[in-house]
Design a protein around this ligand. Structure first.
Ligand code: ASP
Ligand code: MG
Length: 881
């Protein structure tokens, strides 16, 4: 560290304003590379500009603490050769980093000599944890000393601060001796005098994480991963404006992103939620770091060192204002479940005390508990307990004195985490169907109202997390204040997907002119339909896209879509006849007919016309097999909730009317063979309005599993369900992520199989709007009603499934909302509502309201209820004017 460039002082001199400290912590992977140090230097410059005073806290280079721990365990200090080899190894490791950053590392030699001495002392008195703590602390001493020189060479002047001067371990004699050395507690509070004194000595510092001062000035550790804790404690003592933890991930996610690439970055999280997530194993953060920050309301920002462009997770006192919401789905494996049954326990005083006494005597800490009159079930937390067979057997034997005991060690917990879980249980109801046919051993809703936990067999946990995540966490790739971009999205370079303003916001005049004198009309923008088709054509893994015409069979739309090269999927022969008549260039084989419980004549007609057919019921082969003999068909599979980890396991809800359940598959294939029917394709459709790109990947997984054993399969049809954002803060489906996911699975099937998709909504929903003139206004107490000329007779989705459609006053577009209105139609039904509580400008009779995203399942489902004709349909085309 001799020939460093002269350091330029940063603009970090004390000014007149209040002293603002900031603490920035960098983890082991960040400090291990030269580019990591470039980023640290950038961050230091930024902090100097904004906060004026800062402390950089560093971990040891990645792997160094592990290596030292190993040396301590193996008593390497006993052998001079082993000690020398270890010292050389560490010298080398740091020298390589020094060279890569353009400096020399000779100045670390005295520290390495001290380390050698510490190792010898440790090996001489291995039972004394004091020495082990001292050895482990060298990792951070080395990295911070080296970092000090690297930053100086980069022109960032910082001083080296000994954290042991800032942090003193609590004098807690109740804790066991080892814990006091290796995982010391340290209580601090903002200390303005200290902060000011440190500021007088220097404005910019670098300090080793992980270590603090114990009694007699010895080095103690703050527990493995404790540099986060150091940063939080130093930040607290300095009363910092915030603490930043920079690591190799940008923050906390809605699920473990390594397992679920669609997991979304959490932007705003409360301390309690963060604590829960960190305790559940989110690796971006040590849970203990949050304790002092929460108490003293110091914000904590998580950031990714290599990606300063990403706004990571912010943990702040204000975050609870985002309200009740499930923020993450997490699993913990290695859970041991202990079930204690016994009728005698009913109303027996002291029963729980007795059994918990047994746990205590075995040194086991209990995590979750549920009790009933005859059963007490608890789990043991793997982190805190030795759960080897022998321990568990001894436990069971002792508990057996009080009750019948069953111990299962193959469990996992799956938790929904978020503030106010209790208040939103009704909203997640449908998602809980994923537990159908899965045994739940224990359910626990934490009294802090932060998590709802299910204990299940470990082998089901992964799938459950996936499914709950898909159903509960909003899809999309970013854009709102709580859920940020998905992991997948963040790790690709392409320009970010943006929410674009809707096309109609630029075309109000055109739309009003198109409505003319009518009171209500659907207006479809053909250019928007074409644009959606063009987007789908960018999917490289998808060989063919069929428009699911039930969404909107308007002839102009059909022509536009077929004109873009898409095929058409029909669900009835009437649809097939309609589209063949509307689009003359379309041939029978461009269609795919997927009827469900249709009469026999319809199948015969399709076969005669040469329209490819999907069948979804073995009954049909059993009874009408002769009609199909010698033909090739598609088979629609019901992958159920997709829970079966073995492909032939039945997981379908018995209520599903579509598709062949997996447990009927073998029989269906047998029937097909008997009639010489070839299964040319497999089909599955999982749902609709899905904004999670990984949904289709799951279907593909199930279907490729079946295709592997069915060589006749040439096509896998993944159905539709591609969602369209309904609200302005939702982002569109990430087609690139969808493509990438499909490609991953397709590669695994070592055969050339085509992949088809059948979107309906995706092509036409956003292209269509419903325009309706205001008829009357009404006030009822607090509630204001605005009536329009058409209602559920034109658009039944809000009444039928509570669908949310954006509504604006097109005649007063751009005017700020003044009142919350219920937008209702003229139909004689209380349910005739188009939107509740919509903020609109003061609206008058004759104004035109626009109901957005009405191109799919609007006119197609319209009726003449009340003998009111539904809105007429009109077509505009920006490209043909
Ligand atoms: N180096 C220490 C460890 O690996 C502390 C840290 O990195 O946070 O546990
Ligand atoms: Mg860490």
């Amino acid at each position: 560290m001799t020939d460093v460039k002269p350091a330029q002082p940063l603009d970090a001199t004390p000014g007149n304003g209040p002293i603002q400290w900031r603490v920035l912590k960098f983890g082991g992977s960040s400090v291990a590379t030269a580019t990591g140090w470039d980023r640290i230097a950038d961050a230091a410059r930024a902090a100097a500009g904004e906060a004026r005073r800062f402390v950089i806290v560093v971990s040891a280079l990645k792997g160094v603490t592990d290596r030292l721990e190993q040396a301590v365990r193996a008593l390497e200090g006993r052998s001079p050769e082993a000690t020398a080899a270890l010292i050389d190894e560490l010298r080398d490791r740091h020298a390589r980093l020094a060279r890569a950053t353009g400096i020399q590392s000779g100045a670390l030699d005295p520290l390495l000599d001290d380390l050698a001495a510490a190792l010898r002392e440790q090996a001489a008195a291995p039972e004394d944890a004091r020495h082990g703590a001292r050895v482990l602390g060298f990792g951070e001493l080395l990295s911070s000393r080296l970092g000090h020189a690297i930053l100086a060479a980069q022109g960032v002047a910082v001083d080296w601060l000994d954290s042991r001067e800032v942090l003193r371990a609590d004098d807690d004699s109740r804790r066991n001796e080892r814990a006091r050395w290796l995982s010391a507690d340290c209580t601090v509070a903002p200390d303005p005098a200290f902060a000011a004194a440190l500021g007088d000595r220097g404005a910019a510092w670098i300090a080793p994480g992980f270590i603090a001062r114990g009694e007699n000035g010895d080095t103690v550790l703050l527990g493995r991963g404790g540099s986060d804790v150091s940063a939080a404690l130093i930040g607290t003592r300095l009363g910092a404006e915030r603490v930043e933890i920079h690591s190799d991930v940008p923050g906390l996610f809605t699920a473990d992103p390594r397992r679920i690439p669609a997991a979304r970055l959490l932007r705003n999280v409360s301390y309690r939620e963060a604590m829960e997530l960190a305790a559940m194993g989110a690796k971006a953060l040590h849970p203990r770091a949050l304790i002092p920050l929460k108490r003293h309301r110091i914000p904590l920002w998580l950031c990714q060192t290599e990606r300063p462009d990403i706004d990571g997770t912010r943990i702040t006192p204000e975050a609870h204002e985002h309200g009740a919401q499930v923020k993450a789905i997490v699993q913990r494996r290695g859970i041991t479940l202990v079930t204690m049954e016994g009728l005698d326990m009913w109303q027996q005083v002291g029963f729980l005390a007795d059994v918990f006494g047994v746990f205590r005597d075995h040194g086991l800490s209990v995590d979750l508990v549920s009790t009933s009159e005859s059963n007490v079930t608890v789990t043991l937390d793997p982190g805190a307990n030795p759960t080897d067979r022998a321990t568990l057997d001894r436990l069971a034997a002792d508990l057996g004195r009080f009750c019948q005991v069953d111990v299962r060690s193959d469990c996992a917990s799956v938790s929904l985490v978020g503030l106010g879980i209790r208040t939103i249980l009704h909203r997640i109801g449908p998602a809980l169907e994923v537990f159908e046919q899965r045994r739940i051993f224990l359910v626990s809703q934490a009294a802090n109202d932060l998590n709802l936990t299910f204990v299940v067999e470990a082998r089901h946990a992964e799938k459950l997390v996936q499914q709950l995540h898909q159903q509960i966490i909003p899809g999309g790739v970013g854009g709102d204040s709580v859920f940020g971009p998905s992991w997948d999205r963040l790790n690709r370079d392409e320009a970010a997907i943006r929410a674009v303003p809707p096309w109609w916001s630029q075309r109000a005049d055109d739309l009003l002119e198109t409505l003319g004198d009518d009171d209500a009309a659907y207006v479809y923008a053909l250019d928007q339909v074409r644009a959606a088709a063009a987007r789908l054509k960018t999917l490289r893994t998808v060989d063919r896209v069929l428009y699911s015409m039930k969404a909107n069979p308007h002839p102009d739309l059909l022509r536009a879509i077929v004109g873009e090269g898409l095929g058409v999927e029909c669900v009835s022969m009437a649809e097939a006849r309609h589209v063949l008549a509307a689009v003359p260039e379309l041939a029978a084989e461009d269609l795919l007919l997927t009827p469900n419980f249709a009469p026999r004549a319809e199948y015969r007609e399709a076969l005669d016309a040469g329209i490819p057919l999907t069948i979804d019921n073995p009954w049909l082969l059993e009874h009408w097999g002769a009609d199909l003999a010698g033909r090739s068909v598609f088979l629609r599979i019901d992958p159920g909730s997709g829970l079966g980890h073995h492909k032939m396991v039945r997981t379908a809800g018995s209520n599903a009317k579509f598709g062949v359940p997996l447990d009927e598959l073998e029989r269906t294939l047998r029937l097909a063979r008997a009639h010489d029917i070839t299964i040319r394709g497999l089909h599955a459709h999982t749902g609709s309005g899905i904004l999670h790109p990984d949904n289709w990947e799951r279907s593909l997984e199930v279907l490729t599993g079946i295709a592997t054993e069915l060589p006749s399969v040439e096509v896998i049809n993944l159905g539709g369900g591609l969602g369209v954002p309904d609200r302005s803060d939702e982002l569109p489906l990430d087609l690139m992520a969808l493509d990438a996911g499909l490609a991953r699975i397709k590669r695994a099937l070592n055969r050339d199989v085509q992949i088809w998709l059948e979107p309906g909504r995706y092509l036409v929903a956003a292209a269509g709007v419903l325009l309706a003139r205001v008829t009357q206004l009404k006030g009822k107490g607090e509630v204001r009603y605005v009536g329009v000329a058409t209602g559920m007779n034109s658009l039944i989705r809000p009444a039928l499934y509570g669908a949310w459609h954006e509504i604006v006053n097109l005649s007063r577009l751009g005017k700020a909302g003044e009142h919350a209105y219920n937008v209702v139609g003229p139909i004689c039904e209380t349910g005739d509502v188009l939107g509740l509580d919509r903020l609109l400008p003061e609206s008058r009779e004759g104004d035109v309201l626009l109901i957005a995203n009405a191109g799919a399942y609007g006119a197609a489902m319209a009726s003449r209820y009340n003998l009111r004709e539904p809105a007429v349909e009109k077509v505009i085309d920006a490209e043909r004017r």
